[in-house]
Design a protein around this ligand. Structure first.
Ligand code: 1PX
Length: 216
């Protein structure tokens, strides 16, 4: 079993703070904070071992696509997920039926991360309500099967579920989250889960209204 070093300067509390700054007062999702939240999550996952590198590589690739849009000449159109959807749909910059010239559209990139955000919400909820002897690999697999798995090929599903078995036991997992005692982790999760759910729900509603939930 790999020993999991606690990255001192890092705490999963950062995720809570970053995703909190995601929501503008009129419930728009700010892309910069959304990407920053994922950056913290990916850093945390990387600290768990190189077995997850195929996952973080894809997540980093998608975050970079969003950063490129934000730094592009139409960067202001990507300030929020809402403004991004409006801009890309109004200018036909999204592959709606099959992958084509816009395989790096903001809409499809955020959709892939949105599906991962559902996994995160389900996983954190399981962690929050878990007891001492619950296994993180089981919680992770169950959350995966109820979310991302339905969008992944058999090969990816196999690789992902194998990787989950490398997850540390609950106590170690809580330790590397670097939030404090188990009670402090649970109360951080009590704050984080509703927040991440809110960001997910707002994006899900926007995508379903614009019929973007099945982008290729
Ligand atoms: C801590 C354990 C981490 C478990 C992460 C569970 C998610 C497993 C996802 C496996 C994805 C495998 C590689 C990606 C495949 C892509 O084909 C696929 C589709 O995109 P495409 O249409 O462009 O091809 N990509 C995706 O579905 C996006 C995957 C993004 C996953 C980001 C996961 C980062 C999670 C960070 C975990 C932090 C845990 C914190 C808990 C306290």
């Amino acid at each position: 079993m790999a020993d999991f070093e606690v990255d001192e300067k890092f705490s999963l509390k950062e995720v809570l703070i970053t995703f909190q700054s995601c929501l503008s007062d009129n419930e728009e999702v700010l892309v910069d904070s959304y990407v920053a939240g994922w950056r913290v999550l990916v850093r945390f996952m990387n600290s768990l071992g190189t077995i997850f590198s195929f996952i973080s590589k894809d997540a980093v690739n998608k975050m970079q696509i969003m950063v490129n849009h934000r730094n592009g000449e139409n960067g202001d159109k990507y300030l929020t997920i809402q403004s991004m959807v409006q801009y890309e749909l109004n200018n036909n910059l999204v592959d709606l039926k099959k992958r084509g010239d816009y395989s790096e559209s903001g809409c499809r990139t955020i959709l892939r991360l949105q599906r991962a955000l559902l996994w995160l919400k389900l996983f954190l909820e399981k962690l929050r309500t878990s007891s001492e002897d619950d296994k993180t690999s089981i919680m992770c697999t169950e959350a995966y099967n109820d979310s991302l798995a339905q969008h992944h090929s058999w090969v990816i599903r196999k690789a992902a579920t194998m990787a989950f078995y490398a997850l540390p036991a609950r106590a170690t997992f809580f330790e590397v989250m670097n939030v404090g005692t188990q009670e402090q982790v649970v109360s951080m999760l009590e704050e984080a889960v509703p927040l991440i759910s809110k960001v997910h729900e707002i994006t899900e509603n926007l995508y379903s209204q614009s019929n973007l939930l099945e982008l290729p």
